[in-house]
Write a protein that binds this ligand. Structure first.
Ligand code: NCD
Ligand code: ZN
Length: 355
């Protein structure tokens, strides 16, 4: 990673060049939506883990491979972008489906959505112990289990769902499968950071830009702000600080996963607005701002470009990208299908720019 700072009489130029990063947690939707979503990611990232929560979800390898083709068609080939596919785990996923997925060469992980936890998760897992044969196959084939780590019991307070998931699901699952690779996705609490730190090399976590940049006050600043609503929901400041410390620590258990989750503007700004924050157009710039604010730009490349690939046992990328420290204004919205979509930090000044 190269950091260049030049001081002219009036102007300080700062630029960083790093290995092209990967996004280890991404939603791009399907069909006509793909051309509005995929290119944003492909201009920054070499690869992305594509989440399978379509309607209906991708529960078979065949569905995931067909989806991969649709994504590639929506992406300008010169961007040289590689979608890494996932299967959506259900109570009934056959163990043999994991063998098929592994053999496909394009499916690299399986996603656990507790039933009802988030957008398009109705077909998710009702009880993890029903999936034990499938998890055994995952462990055998060295395929990571990606978890949306929230319990779904409606009696549990929304701010406590991640902490309870650790106790009720992660700890027993880990005990049953000591060498299963688990990625605790989009962690939001100090509890999750501490859990991941205490575990061995088979456990890792992704961290989103929104959970690094904002605490839960952002959802209510001067009124209700639907574009800051995602799941797991933003938490208290102490949790945001813990996530920042984890991200900049240089610990390879923590890596980049945007959880960019596109929903049309009218679906967010509604009486019952969808959960999901769209960060893809400026994802790497947002992370650069976080690391810069923490005086830790030298730690960005490990987090964004190395540790995820290492955990998934994939090659590190060889291309590079360059970011310049330069103010620019994030658009209020972008076109999306027959309407618009609002990105994170819309209308605000961003301090880093991909060049
Ligand atoms: C995601 C989506 O919209 O698909 N929403 C979100 O708030 N993150 C689903 C998810 O990852 O939980
Ligand atoms: Zn997600």
């Amino acid at each position: 990673m190269i950091i260049i700072t030049q001081q002219c009489k009036t102007l300080k130029i700062m630029q960083i060049t790093l290995t092209r990063p990967d996004d280890w947690h991404l939603h791009v939707r399907d069909n006509d939506a793909l051309k509005y979503t995929v290119p944003f990611t492909a201009r920054q990232f070499a690869r992305a883990i594509i989440m399978p929560n379509l309607t209906p979800p991708n529960i078979t390898s065949q569905q995931a491979l067909a989806y991969r083709e649709r994504i590639l068609l929506a992406c300008p080939p010169e961007l040289n972008f590689q979608p890494l596919m996932t299967l959506y785990l259900t109570d009934n996923t056959p163990a043999d489906e994991i063998r098929k997925a592994k053999q496909s060469g394009h499916i690299v992980a399986v996603k656990l959505y507790p039933a009802g936890a988030t957008t398009n998760s109705d077909a998710g897992v009702t009880d993890i112990t029903k999936c034990y044969e499938t998890l055994k196959a995952l462990q055998k084939y060295d395929m990571p289990l990606l978890v949306h780590g929230e319990v779904t019991d409606p009696d549990v307070d929304i701010f406590d769902r991640e902490k309870q998931f650790i106790e009720k699901v992660l700890i027993p699952t880990r005990k049953a499968f000591p060498e299963l690779k688990i990625v605790f996705e989009h962690i939001t609490t100090k509890d999750a950071v501490d859990y991941v730190l205490a575990e061995d090399k088979f456990t890792a976590a992704t961290i989103t830009p929104q959970h690094l940049l904002y605490n839960r006050n952002a959802i209510f600043k001067g009124g209700i702000r639907p574009h800051y609503y995602c799941l797991p929901v933003l938490k208290r400041e102490e949790h945001r600080v813990a996530l920042n410390n984890a991200a900049i620590s240089g610990n390879p258990k923590f890596f980049l996963g945007t959880d960019s989750a596109p929903h049309a503007q009218n679906k967010k700004e509604a009486a019952c607005g969808c959960a999901g924050i769209f960060s893809a157009p400026l994802a790497i710039e947002l992370y650069a701002r976080v690391f810069d604010a923490n005086n830790a730009l030298d730690k960005l490349e490990g987090f964004a470009s190395f540790y995820g690939a290492d955990f998934y046992a994939l090659n590190r990328n060889t291309q590079t990208i360059t970011l310049q420290k330069k103010n620019w204004t994030v658009p209020d919205h972008y076109p999306f299908l027959d309407g618009t979509i609002v990105p994170l930090h819309a209308g605000e000044t961003e301090s880093w720019q991909l060049i």
